[in-house]
Ligand binder design. Structure first.
Ligand code: SF4
Ligand code: SF4
Length: 124
């Protein structure tokens, strides 16, 4: 998958500015599914700031249930949940394999809302 320019496209899709993030960690603190993520929301935003395509391979961008609690609480109006949604869109628009969310380690223990949201992401 061509990852070139992924930050610019994620910024364009999301309409948000990841560079405003100062890594306070509030998004990770309020995220209801953070415990199921391989990297936390504030770490996702940091990887985007650094232009590190490793963020696109994280399970966490699929575990996010788009509840937008982080968007409400971010003191810098970064909109981390919106950026995470854009990361998913970036991959899906490049024909990413449909994600088998049942393969996410420990997701079987996650709230049912997480599974419902994951199903919607596969059909949206
Ligand atoms: S809450 Fe906002 S400013 Fe704080 S780490 Fe998350 S994205 Fe960055
Ligand atoms: S939108 Fe995603 S990253 Fe943000 S709090 Fe909700 S589940 Fe966590």
């Amino acid at each position: 998958m061509d990852m070139d320019g992924f930050v610019e496209e994620v910024v364009r899709i999301s309409g948000r500015n990841p560079y405003l993030c100062y890594q306070c960690g509030m998004c990770s603190a309020v995220c209801p599914v953070a415990q199921y993520m391989d990297i936390l929301p504030h770490q996702i935003i940091r990887l985007v700031q650094m232009g590190d395509p490793a963020v696109l391979e994280s399970d966490a961008i699929w575990v996010c249930i788009s509840c937008m609690a982080c968007v409400d609480r971010c003191p810098r109006d970064v909109g981390p949940g919106i950026i995470i949604d854009a990361l998913r869109q970036f991959k899906l628009r490049r024909g990413a394999e449909k994600y088998d969310y049942f393969q996410v380690p420990e997701l079987g223990e996650a709230p049912s809302l997480a599974l419902v949201a994951a199903s919607r992401k596969l059909t949206g």
